[in-house]
Design a protein around this ligand. Sequence first.
Ligand code: ACM
Length: 629
Amino acid sequence: MMKKYFLLIIGCCTCLATFAQSAKTVAIIPEPVKTVVKKGQFVLPKQISIAAGSIKSMAEVTRFLKNKLETATGAKVKISNSQVATIKLAFLKKADATLGYEGYHLYVTKQGVSIKANSAAGLFYGAQTFLQLLPKQIESKELVKHVNWVAPFVDVIDYPRFGWRGLMLDVSRHFFTKNEVMEYIDQMAAYKFNILHMHLTDDEGWRIEIKSLPRLTTVGAYNVKKIGQFGNFSAPTPDEPRNYGGFYTQEDIKELVKYASERFINIMPEIDVPGHSLAAIVSYPELSVTAAANTYQVHSGERLSVDNTLNPSSEKTYAFLDKVLTEVAQLFPFGYVHMGGDECTKEYWAKSDSVTALMKKENLKNYEEVQSYFEKRLETIVESKGKKFMGWDEIIEGGLGPNAAVMSWRGIKGGIIAAKLGHQVVMSPTTYAYLDYMQSDRITEPHVYASLRLNKTYQFDPIPDSVDAKLILGGQANLWTEQVYNFRQVEYMTWPRAMAIAEDVWSPKEKKSWKSFFPKVENHFERLNEAEIKYSPAVYDPSFEAKINADNKLEVELSTEVTGLDIYYSFDNSFPDRFYPKYTEPLVVPKDASQLRIITYKGKQPIGRMLTMPISELQHRADARKRGN
Ligand code: ACM
């Protein structure tokens, strides 16, 4: 009798321990609508079968799962029609309106894994969630031995808050190869993003082959390789080779579109006009109002101000755009083409007799109306190719075209105005969603003019109170790449902030919580380590607040966006560890100190980077604060 009770107690303890362990390891990003973690776990067999019926559209999901499971676990994965499979994928017999196009049910039970959805996209997202339930080693790109390949028993019901869940990659300022873009697509898909906005043209390079306009890529795709701080480079000299950059052939684009669509991602092309058009103007100088345009060269990041705008008063411009759009529209199946429209300087138009004549003829009162005239004509061209027109929020300024969709980047203001006018909107404000911004203090990061920390990206809500939510298609984060010179830095800038964005655009608002989100991010750091994807550890870096205190002394306050960290510091130029003074309150800087070094720990583990803050920088910030700027 006693023995029986004893065994029962042991049994319960084991069960609870397993449950506690599995509950702890459930770290799904983006957070699903509903997750119930149950007692017990499913052990992946050595021979895995995936049953997906014979429905063709499921082939992408099964191929994806097979590839992922075979790579890391070494198991043999068989695709079958059997009812007794390890993983069963099925369309719901009766469509479930709540799940919509991209939602899914995922059940992990003693019998195996079952994913049900209305569409293949839903099954794909269910598969992504399932992979996040498996040990982190599933992310490895090679076989990992001695792993207990288990997934906790769960019931998940999930569907996205928004249909537009985008990331923008600027492939113009720096070019990223087709394979790198494919890698980016894989990384996006893991976090259930469904739109890759490719910023294909800018002053630094035209990146898409247009067969009827070959100079766009023979001339416009190359500049001079410079190293250092973009924007401050020396002017290229004639002996510096103009061979840096590249472009996607139309075959490349087709491959990318197919690759993305197999991962349920649409690619939206952006052709940025009428500003940011130097690469096009260098290729075809007749597109500019400025006579000297025929001496221009593709921008290489030098300090330079030239006319990078298309001539809105010339029919040549519209003929050019018609040719570009004919080919672009055929290459990208996605409904929208983004035509830029941002930051178009008007100073060169103001010097042009031809633009003045246009203003007179069309009764345009100012240069914003000139841009609006241009955008409306462009909208007609885009629509004539069977596409919908989207632009940055500057296109609102002189009056929006009839069907224009707006991507709001200068905060959400433009998005609110556009939605109030009944236009569709995607929110991608600098305040929450600019991935080119620094993630930590500027003493450690490549310098960009603003910062955006992880916790701020997590506060992004694409729907403002005052507008019809139906007009807000969703949200997007943008990675501009002036200061991003290689693909490892693309990853560093994207992760973990895009995890926060993923949750902003997928998860129900009421399910979002920074407190529960951040431990999941740390779990995913380990997964990214397995995948050898780079991410920024900046979230562990403290913020510095410098001021002149009441005793007229320089004082510095440190704070972290994450709790449970200890900061150790030195003013004596040596490298602090956890046996150094621990930060507990604002520090008065010793009179002769030249630098403050700090490092953050989690218990005994150093977790942040060693940061070295010059005292002169603190003094400068404190002085600026005193002056009120
Ligand atoms: C932008 O950031 N110029 C759209």
